[in-house]
Design a binder for this molecule. Structure first.
Ligand code: RB5
Length: 148
């Protein structure tokens, strides 16, 4: 199951990404928003990120105007590694190196064609499992455990 959420600035791209994921055979759980009425992106980031952190959803996609607010908010949830990507190189690298479990996109920044390529790459790339990358991810987790 893939979690997806957006704010009012990204409703159109969220629906397009959702369709793309479903066409690839993924089940998608949509955490909203569902209308163009203005909302606060942290509420939607939190709902989808908590579903990923709890294991209810395996990965997630968060979309707002820039992708920045959604990614900042999601990364406050323990266990979330949310990567804001505007290119396919980053999408591949963040799966291989960071084992990112959420992808953030900005509808006002990234065109729909590129956004869908980013989604395709993110969801078809595995974590490399290389010890140096696993060690660095453990370092991120250690920050979560110790930082105040
Ligand atoms: C909404 O206007 C906008 O601030 C939001 O979609 C996002 O870009 C925040 O980071």
């Amino acid at each position: 199951m893939i979690a997806i959420a957006c704010d009012h600035a990204a409703l159109k791209l969220k629906n397009t990404v959702k369709e793309r994921l479903e066409s690839k055979g993924f089940e998608v759980k949509d955490f909203g928003c569902h209308t163009p009425e203005a909302v606060d992106y942290p509420d939607y980031a939190k709902a989808a990120a908590c579903a990923v952190a709890s294991g209810e959803c395996e990965k997630g996609v968060l979309i707002c105007g820039t992708g920045i607010g959604m990614s900042i908010a999601a990364n406050k949830v323990k266990g979330i590694r949310c990567a804001l990507c505007g290119d396919t190189f980053s999408a591949r690298a963040t799966r291989e190196h960071n084992d990112a479990n959420m992808l953030a996109l900005g509808e006002r920044v990234t065109g729909v064609g590129l956004a869908l390529e980013i989604v395709d790459v993110f969801f078809s790339t595995e974590f490399s499992g290389e010890p140096r990358h696993a060690r660095r991810i453990a370092g991120i987790t250690a920050i979560e455990e110790s930082a105040k």
